[in-house]
Write a protein that binds this ligand. Structure first.
Ligand code: HEM
Ligand SMILES: CC(C)=CCC/C(C)=C/CC/C(C)=C/COP(=O)(O)OP(=O)(O)O
Length: 300
C-alpha cells in the first residue's frame, strides 16, 4: 500500500537531508587542509572538484543518517520535524537521493582529484552512515568518540586532494577535530539527555549520568587544549595560531569548567553553540597563520 505523506516535498527538504551547516563547517576544515598542504594558493582545478566531491559525499552520508534514524528522529523533539519523520519525503526517495548525490561526489573525486581522496572520502561516508549510524550509535556510549573519526577526516581529505599522500600534519588536523567532537556533542547531549533517553539511545549522559559526562567533557577539553598546541610545537603553524588558539582553548575550558562546577540551565547549550564557533575560528586561524606567518618562517 502506498504511504500517504502529510505535506509536499520542496527542495528545502532535500537540502535539510544533507545537514548543510554541518557540511559547511566540514568543508571549511577540508579547505584549510588543502591550503596547508600547499605553500601558495591552491589551484581552482583541484579546489573546486575537491569541495564539490567531499561536500556531495558528506551530504549523501547525512541523508543516509536521516534515512536510518527516521524512527528514532520521530521520537525526539529536536528531530521530529525532519523531512522523513514529518512525512515530507519517502524513504525510497531519500535512498535514491543519497545514492545519486554520493555517486556523483565519488565520480568527481575519482575523475578530477585522485583515487586516494575518493576512497578515503568513501571510507568516511561508510564510517558515518554505516558504522556510526547503523551500529555504534545504538550500541555504546563511546559511539560519538569512535564515530567522530569520520567527521574529523575532511582536513586529511583536503590534504590528500592536493598532494595525493597522507602527511603527519594532516593527521594532526584530524586529531584536533577528533578531540573536539566529544565536548561538542556531549554538551548538546547533556542539554537533550531526556530526548535521548526517550528514544533509547545509549548516549553517555543516559548511560553514565550527567555528572560523569560533564567530567568527560572537561577532560576532553583539556586534551583538546594540549593537542591544539601541537601545530605550533611541530612547526606547522606560527605565532598568530599559537596566540589565537590558546585564547580559544582557555575560553572553551571556561565553558567546560562552568558546566562542571557552576552550571545553570543554559550552560550546556551555550557550550555546544560555542564549540561550533571555536572550531570555525580555529581553522580560520590556521589559514590566516599559514599565509601570514609562513613567509616569515621561510626567512629564518
Ligand atoms: C560523531 C560526531 C558528531 C556528532 C555526534 C555531532 C552531533 C551533532 C548534533 C546532534 C547536532 C545538532 C543538530 C541539530 O540540531 O539538528 C550538531 C550540530 C552541529 N554540528 Fe556536530 N556532531 C559531530 C561532528 C561534527 C563535526 C565533525 C562538525 C564539523 C566539523 C560538526 C559541526 C556541527 C555544526 C556546524 C552544527 C550546527 C548545525 C545547525 O545549526 O544546523 N559536527 N552536531
Ligand atoms: C564523507 C564524510 C566526510 C562524511 C561525514 C559526514 C558528516 C555529515 C559528519 C557529521 C557528523 C554528525 C553531524 C553527526 C551527528 O549525527 P547524529 O545522528 O548523532 O545526529 P542527529 O541526531 O542530529 O541526526
Amino acid at each position: 500500500m502506498a504511504a500517504t505523506y502529510k505535506r509536499h516535498a520542496s527542495w528545502r527538504d532535500y537540502l535539510e537531508l544533507t545537514k548543510p551547516r554541518v557540511v559547511a563547517l566540514l568543508l571549511l576544515t577540508a579547505i584549510v587542509g588543502m591550503c596547508l598542504a600547499s605553500p601558495g594558493w591552491v589551484g581552482w582545478d583541484i579546489m573546486v572538484p575537491a569541495i564539490a566531491g567531499i561536500g556531495l559525499m558528506s551530504g549523501s552520508a547525512a541523508a543516509i543518517n536521516h534515512l536510518v534514524d527516521r524512527h528514532i528522529d520521530a521520537r525526539m523533539a529536536r528531530t521530529l520535524r525532519r523531512p522523513l519523520p514529518s512525512g515530507a519525503l519517502s524513504p525510497r526517495r531519500v535512498l535514491s537521493f543519497a545514492g545519486i548525490v554520493g555517486a556523483v561526489g565519488f565520480a568527481i573525486l575519482a575523475i578530477w582529484v585522485n583515487m586516494l581522496t575518493a576512497w578515503l572520502t568513501f571510507a568516511s561516508l561508510i564510517g558515518y552512515a554505516v558504522i556510526y549510524t547503523m551500529y555504534l550509535k545504538r550500541a555504546t556510549p563511546q559511539n560519538i568518540v569512535i564515530g567522530g573519526l569520520a567527521g574529523a577526516a575532511p582536513p586529511l581529505l583536503g590534504w590528500t586532494a592536493v598532494t595525493n599522500e597522507i602527511h603527519p600534519f594532516a593527521v594532526l588536523l584530524v586529531m584536533i577535530v577528533f578531540t573536539w567532537t566529544p565536548p561538542h556533542f556531549w554538551a548538546l547531549a547533556v542539554h537533550r539527555a531526556k530526548d535521548y533517553a526517550k528514544a533509547d539511545i545509549p548516549m553517555l549522559p543516559v548511560t553514565h549520568g550527567i555528572e560523569f559526562t560533564k567530567t568527560c567533557i572537561l577532560l576532553y577539553t583539556i586534551l583538546l587544549g594540549v593537542i591544539c598546541l601541537l601545530p605550533y610545537l611541530v612547526g606547522m603553524s606560527g605565532l598568530i595560531y599559537l596566540i589565537g588558539s590558546s585564547i580559544l582553548s582557555i575560553w572553551f575550558l571556561g565553558y567546560a569548567w562552568k558546566l562542571k562546577f557552576a552550571a545553570n540551565k543554559h550552560t550546556a547549550f551555550n557550550m555546544f553553540k560555542f564549540s561550533i564557533w571555536q572550531l570555525f575560528a580555529l581553522f580560520i586561524l590556521l589559514l590566516v597563520d599559514h599565509y601570514f606567518m609562513m613567509p616569515a618562517l621561510a626567512f629564518r
